[in-house]
Design a protein around this ligand. Structure first.
Ligand code: ZN
Length: 236
């Protein structure tokens, strides 16, 4: 009798052990299946076979690998004066580029040029989290942060995570038409560089509802701006 009991106990033990192994196997197979599905979705998404919107978080997995540092765009000088990495303004988070976000500095002082905005950014590093990629005035362009890194200008996660922030100067005495033209040249260059299209040009207002770019919105000139971009893209 006792021997039979011992045998039974042994059998039960073995059964339990087998069940455990069976369960581990199933969990393992399930994880492999999930991994396979994620990789498959990513490949389909990347090749535009299956377009999944960013709500599924797949864009978070993609980054724009190379950032462009032009010396000039269609005859306009671009000065690269990068903010230090690992600062509040530039934490160095790589991301995918999806939008070009147009702003105005709203700084009407005579000296509020692109160069002085660059000096301001470099002299005030780590003081606040407001940052953007380019400042454009009637003469030239300053580049502050690599295009494939996050900056903080759009007022929403979507705009900051995926947008390249471009500030147009409105300093007193400057020729804003020329500034807009220079901005349009930069935007045309960047759209080509990152394989984006006219519909990817956004206003700060599109993200957070802020009245920016103020002058362009007030004078209803955003379509004119986009037409200029189109013209520069076609002619270059
Ligand atoms: Zn703005």
């Amino acid at each position: 009798m006792q021997r039979i009991n011992i045998e039974k106990a042994k059998v039960n033990k073995r059964k339990k052990k087998n069940k455990k192994i069976e369960l581990s196997k199933r969990i393992f197979l399930l994880l492999i299946a999930i991994l396979f599905i994620v990789v498959l979705l990513k490949i389909l998404h990347k090749n535009n076979i299956l377009k999944i919107n960013y709500d599924l978080g797949l864009d978070d997995l993609e980054i724009t690998e190379e950032s462009s540092f032009p010396d000039e765009v269609y005859g306009i000088k671009v000065h690269t004066k990068l903010v230090d990495e690992n600062t509040k303004e530039r934490p160095g988070i790589k991301r995918k580029i999806k939008y070009l976000v147009i702003h105005e500095t709203d700084n009407f002082g005579k000296t509020a040029t692109a160069e002085n905005h660059s000096i301001y950014l470099l002299e005030n590093q780590n003081k606040n989290t407001t940052s953007w990629h380019y400042t454009v005035d009637e003469k030239e362009i300053y580049h502050h942060i690599p295009d494939n890194e996050e900056a903080y200008h759009a007022g929403t996660d979507e705009g900051n995570k995926y947008g390249v922030g471009i500030e147009l100067c409105v300093n007193e005495g400057s020729n804003f038409d020329k500034t807009m033209e220079n901005g349009a040249k930069l935007v045309a260059y960047l759209l080509k560089e990152y394989d984006l299209s006219i519909k990817d040009i956004k206003m700060h207002n599109d993200f957070s509802g802020k009245d920016c770019p103020h002058k362009i919105r007030e004078e209803n000139r955003f379509d004119e701006f986009k037409s200029m971009v189109k013209k520069f893209m076609e002619n270059n």
